[in-house]
Design a protein around this ligand. Structure first.
Ligand code: 9MR
Length: 572
């Protein structure tokens, strides 16, 4: 009998796989495309060459085309082709059909407004990340669902960890570290990750202020005269200031409990929290971000003292870091298991802080630590030099006496061109070297570099590749997921996020981009749970246990905000 069942099962399985084998998988940007944008669909397992774009309501054909010749992509273990329907410019709702197979429905809309909701939700995600305050219903309702919650982690009393004991601050010294955003799907606050996130958002403001100056994100500060994005970032900046030790200018790495909390709502997590770590990469990260913030909030009437305070804090932290020539990456004390953000080298942090302080103060001494003869990479928390390069690019006039502006431009162009070449010539088109932890964040950061290429060098050639980065995130990828909660027809539902898992609300908080495919770490749910744990581009799992692929984090949402605002602004 048992044998009979296994035969039936194996016949069924081969029928299913035969069906899958003859099925085209057609992946699109599930939100859609502005009328004049490049529009493409990713097709895997191609069996027929002709594609039709059909009106979603009438099912009439509106366009017929031929898909590109299939090429094998090692990263997904599939044969990949592209259906280009850029010439379709008529606003409407459509789907693509090849043989019997259909894509998800998508929209073509007149201009960048197609991404209005996405921009609002991705910025609003930061409000939902605020620690230490009630999240109020009047700001927390999205599409009829109310995500309000009680404050947790007030952090007006956190304890200095015993590993940091000094004469002026003995172990267990009580410190106030109120405010700031949670880092991710857990409730800790880390300086390193805060710094890159804030820098990305402020740079988005600088380059797209014409948009942000008139946008309201409905947050508690919406009625003041400061653009909402800057109000939201201020919630983090004020907390960051609490991370500096007033006795020496050094900056603590994190405020966390000793162990990651179990799945409970913020207000129910009562574990003691500690100030842990004080490494010089943090001091430089902090100095860089505070220096940029000092420029951005200079003259701001709602935060009149902030610019000066931020400048002094930046100078103090830089001085602290400069005094310590020997660098040792952060290591958790034995009694703690929370995140580390342990940067391998401090050269990139020093470079970044030096760029920002040169721009802020005009003091040429900072140029001594700015080596332009190095390779710049897509930024992430562990490699931040490019953040400095971006600021140099945006302030070429101000630095022209201290640095070789030509070299700055050359380095930036080399990076943007490299990403453009990856988009053009790699089978999978995605400008990414490796599907690492947070691959979606890396792709959004690549999109940010390409966007800056267009903005700063006025070169149109980068826009198409930046658009594809957004298309990828919104569904035009080999998993078929639109990776932002609440958007598209198939999006992450069971994200690794303590609030979403325990708030009793079916739908996750909207506007969160999850980390995405990551082939290296599959032990969180167990290897066998992953649909494929060998093929990087598909190594994604929409399950709560999958912190390595399905957790949102502030440093990934920030470049998505950047990219979305850029694309929205490109199509007037
Ligand atoms: O984004 C981080 C990734 O680059 C690291 O490989 C990973 C493991 O160290 O940690 C990621 O950051 C996590 C942090 O350590 C703790 N909060 C959640 C972050 C996102 O998963």
């Amino acid at each position: 009998m048992k044998h009979g069942i296994s035969i039936i099962v194996s016949v069924l399985l081969s029928l299913i796989s035969a069906t899958l084998m003859s099925q085209n998988f057609i992946y699109v940007n599930q939100i859609g495309y502005p009328t004049t944008a490049t529009k493409q669909a990713l097709v895997t397992n191609l069996t027929e060459k002709t594609f039709f774009v059909k009106d979603a309501v009438s099912h009439n054909d509106v366009m017929k085309g031929t898909v590109s010749t299939g090429k094998f992509w090692r990263e997904s273990n599939e044969t990949i082709s592209w259906a280009d329907f850029t010439s379709l410019k008529k606003p409407g709702k459509y789907f693509i059909k090849i043989g019997k197979d259909k894509s998800e429905t998508f929209e073509i809309r007149e201009n960048g407004k197609i991404y209005d909701d996405l921009l609002t939700a991705t910025v609003k995600g930061f409000y939902f990340w605020r620690s230490g305050m009630d999240i109020l219903p009047e700001y927390a309702t999205w599409k009829g669902i109310n995500y309000a919650r009680k404050a947790g982690h007030i952090d007006s009393t956190v304890y200095l960890h015993a590993s940091l004991t000094s004469a002026k601050r003995p172990a267990d010294t009580e410190l106030n570290s109120h405010g700031g955003w949670y880092d991710a799907g857990e409730y800790a606050k880390y300086t390193t990750n805060a710094a890159i996130t804030v820098h990305t958002l402020l740079t988005s403001y600088i380059t797209e202020h014409k948009q942000y100056d008139t946008l309201s994100f409905n947050i508690p500060e919406s009625n003041n005269s400061t653009p909402d994005l800057l109000d939201e970032v201020m919630y983090e900046l004020r907390w960051m200031l609490t991370m500096q030790d007033p006795n020496d200018g050094g900056v603590y790495n994190k405020v966390t409990p000793l162990k990651f909390p179990s799945f409970l709502m913020p207000a129910d997590d009562k574990a003691d929290r500690y100030m842990i770590g004080k490494t010089i990469d943090c001091a430089y990260n902090f100095a860089a971000t505070m220096a940029l913030a000092s420029r951005v909030y200079d003259g701001n009437k709602d935060y009149p003292d902030f610019s000066e305070k931020a400048k002094n804090a930046a100078l103090y932290a830089y001085k602290f870091a400069s005094k310590h020539s020997e660098y040792r990456p952060f290591v958790n004390p034995p009694d703690c298991n929370t995140g580390t953000y342990d940067s391998e080298s401090v050269d990139d942090e020093r470079f970044w802080a030096s760029c920002e302080l040169l721009i802020l103060t005009g003091d040429k001494k900072y140029a001594e630590n700015i080596n332009l003869f190095q390779i710049f990479n897509v930024p992430y928390w562990g490699d931040v030099a490019t953040l400095g390069l971006i600021s140099l690019m945006l302030n070429r006039d101000a630095i022209s006496e201290a640095l070789d502006v030509n070299a700055v431009e050359k380095r930036f162009k080399a990076l943007a061109d490299n990403l453009l070449a990856m988009y053009k010539y790699q089978t999978g088109k995605v400008p990414l070297r490796e599907f690492v932890w947070g691959s979606n964040g890396q792709i959004a950061n690549s999109g940010m570099i390409l966007a800056l290429g267009k903005k700063v060098m006025k070169a149109d050639k980068y826009t198409e590749a930046a658009q594809y980065c957004l298309d990828y995130i919104l569904g035009c990828n080999c998993t078929g997921y639109c990776f932002v909660t609440g958007f598209g027809s198939l999006s992450p539902h069971y994200i690794h996020d303590r609030r979403c898992a325990t708030d009793g609300i079916e739908e996750p908080i909207p506007g969160y981009m999850v980390g995405g495919p990551n082939v290296k770490q599959t032990t969180d749910c167990g290897r066998s749970m992953y649909p494929t744990n060998r093929f990087a581009a598909r190594a994604y799992l929409d399950e709560e246990c999958s912190y390595s692929t399905n957790e949102p984090a502030i440093n990934w949402n920030a470049p998505l905000v950047f990219l979305t605002a850029f694309i929205r602004g490109e199509y007037k």
